[in-house]
Ligand binder design. Structure first.
Ligand code: AN7
Length: 349
């Protein structure tokens, strides 16, 4: 019992930690796994949404970042760098602030949700807007590490993937088994790689007796893995997964293949519909996080998943990071004078 102290303390024995390094944590992990009546009814499955938007900086990135920053500080690092479509930079900025080290972020100019940019700025990161896309910013980031005293905290840093596999542990701990279907958005493909590792680790250790089929979803305009070739100019409204050259491409393919799953694509239109659908059930997840929900509906429509089975969709980030989509798609609130009878009349009472 006692209060939750973050994923390193909770899963320490599975995270290759030195016992004497000070832990840099903001209390990440232990996110809710919410049963969805509507999605279950629509698909005939038992559907859960693991809401990773409930992490301290509002995305799953915090699971990997607590480990990456803890390990970087233990090695004496004074600065870290990442390229980001927004969430990695928000998380890196917050954990660096907690550790008291410098954080540098390279973001694609004009293509990062305002809430994510606000997070990097408020936590004091040095923000560089690159005139180009994520893939170009990422390439530069990797080149900075050699000549300069700076540690890359993108998911090519193995400590990130180590931390992110705790998501799979939590899903299994919550269900008492692994789900039948694991459904997740794919951008740079680190998260699907980590989840598959986590599921296999629990299975190998006998904690669980089954393994899920892994389904990764890319946005149709940014679907290199589905197409089988890199996409130089990825396009999607889900800017978090606007990535055309994923770093963990092979690992994502292996996760899908080895588990009997698939990497598929969903259109922006379906992503937006899924975004509104889960919002109507009380869950405000960002567009990229709605891709697995659109994906689940696609799998069910195609008869690719069997009724009665359990599916977990990973809703990777919080909708508040980019409220513009919520506002633009909703009716404008009525404005009235500050009088009770006028308010009542506006309500149709
Ligand atoms: C909400 O922040 O790549 O397949 O730089 O923010 O592990 O890359 C974000 C990715 C899914 C894709 N959902 O995960 C970044 C970044 C959300 C995300 C993904 C991201 P990966």
């Amino acid at each position: 019992m006692g209060s939750w102290k973050g994923i390193i303390e909770h899963y320490r024995s599975r995270l290759e930690m030195d016992d004497d390094s000070p832990v840099v944590s903001l209390g990440e992990g232990n996110t809710p796994m919410i049963f969805s009546e509507r999605l279950s009814e629509r698909t005939g499955l038992e559907v859960y949404l693991k809401f990773e938007g409930m992490n301290p900086t509002g995305s799953f990135k915090d699971r990997g970042m607590t480990v990456a920053i803890t390990k970087a500080v233990a090695r004496g690092a004074k600065a870290v760098v990442c390229a980001s479509t927004g969430n990695t930079s928000a998380s890196a900025a917050a954990y660096s602030a907690k550790a008291g080290i410098l954080c540098v972020v390279l973001i694609p100019a004009g293509n990062v949700a305002s809430g994510k940019l606000a997070q990097a700025l408020v936590h004091g990161a040095k923000v560089v807007e690159v005139r180009g896309n994520f893939d170009q910013a990422f390439e530069i980031t990797l080149k900075l590490e050699g000549p300069y005293p700076i540690v890359v905290v993108n998911s090519t840093n193995p400590h990130r993937l180590l931390g992110q596999k705790t998501g799979a542990f939590e899903v299994c701990d919550g269900l008492g088994r692994a789900p039948d279907y694991h459904i997740i958005p794919v951008g740079n493909a680190g998260n699907i790689t980590s989840y598959w590792r986590g599921y296999r680790e629990y299975h190998a250790d006998g904690v669980t007796q089954n393994l899920p089929q892994m389904f990764g979803f890319q946005a149709a305009g940014a679907a290199p893995i589905v197409l089988g070739h890199p996409v130089d100019q990825p396009k999607t409204i889900a800017t978090a997964i606007r990535i055309g050259h994923p770093a963990s491409w092979d690992n994502a393919l292996a996760a899908a293949k080895d588990s009997g799953g698939e990497i598929r694509a969903v259109t922006d239109k379906k992503i937006l519909e899924a975004y509104r659908l889960i919002a109507s059930e009380g869950i405000f997840a960002e567009l990229a996080s709605s891709a697995p929900v659109a994906g689940l509906l696609q799998l069910a429509a195609d008869g690719r998943v069997a009724k009665g089975k359990t599916a977990v969709c990973i809703c990777t980030g919080h909708g508040l990071k980019d409220p513009s989509w919520a506002i633009s798609g909703a009716p404008k609130p009525v404005q009235v004078d500050a009088q009770m009878d006028v308010v009542a009349q506006a309500l149709g009472f």
